[in-house]
Write a protein that binds this ligand. Structure first.
Ligand code: SAM
Length: 239
């Protein structure tokens, strides 16, 4: 985990040998399950360290729990194989993490993985964001909402902002030139109770492709009718 260790240092994170061992286990389990279930195209040891683990941890450039701030609730929407949620939980054990994923085989992998990593305070929810966001146990319940590589922003805002508590934040990983995507998302963000706070360009040589963190604050309650039925946010994004 040399690449991860050195990259994390540049983010101001000092990972302990125990945490590095957890990342090692994460890698091994991913590769092992991938042979049977075809979970990811990225399997090279260094690529996983950089493009999955380190990329996930860049969230800390936009958000960090305050010292002593325990039980902060974080949800990762469309977590897939656990990115970015699980690396963040390994780095900040005190957060309460919810992983939301709709694909059954990925949910099975996540259940096995959190068992192997002995991650307490981690809940896995199998389902679609469009439905789970109407469940009162999850709606407007999270201080931080994360999501990477799930949908373009106009759609993503509808899948994620309903989970965020008023006063909380959403941090989304994006790549490349996102000016146009942001412009198209402005109506959706506004309608759902959000406000764009910042777009942070990542200047980390190990992570090319113009990576960005889009930070959106939740300033008012999301109207009850959102998100709409499964598939509608993608088919007809709010505009
Ligand atoms: N976030 C992970 C990452 O960056 O590696 C996974 C990205 S993968 C391209 C997108 C994931 O989002 C898939 O695992 C998919 O099943 C999940 N997903 C897509 N739409 C979803 C929805 N409406 N509700 C829940 N999960 C969804």
């Amino acid at each position: 985990m040399e690449k991860l260790l050195s990259g994390a240092g540049k983010l101001g994170l000092q990972l302990s040998s125990e945490q590095l061992q957890q990342f090692e286990t994460y890698y091994r389990e991913l590769i092992d399950w991938n042979k049977r279930l075809n979970l990811t195209a990225i399997t090279d040891y260094e690529d996983v360290q950089l493009n999955h683990f380190l990329d996930a941890l860049t969230v800390v450039l936009a958000w960090q729990p305050d010292k002593g701030d325990t039980r902060l609730k974080v949800i990762d929407v469309g977590t897939g194989n656990g990115i970015p949620g699980i690396p963040l939980k390994i780095a900040f054990t005190e957060i309460e993490l919810t992983l939301l994923e709709s694909t059954t085989k990925k949910v099975a992998f996540l259940r096995h993985l959190i068992d192997q990593l002995k991650l307490g305070g981690t809940e896995i929810v199998a389902g679609r964001a469009e439905e789970v966001a109407h469940d009162s146990r999850y709606r407007e319940s999270f201080d931080l909402v994360l999501s990477r590589a799930v949908a373009p922003l106009p759609t993503l805002a509808e899948l994620t902002l309903p989970f965020c508590t008023v006063g909380g934040s959403m941090v989304v990983h994006k790549k490349g030139d996102i000016e146009e995507e942001l412009r198209r998302a402005s109506q959706a963000i506004d309608t759902l109770g959000g406000r764009l706070r910042e777009v942070r360009a990542l200047e980390i040589p190990e992570l090319p492709d113009q990576r960005r963190l889009v930070v959106i604050g939740k300033i008012s309650t999301t109207p009850e009718q959102y998100p709409r039925r499964p598939g509608i946010p993608k088919k007809r994004p709010i505009s």
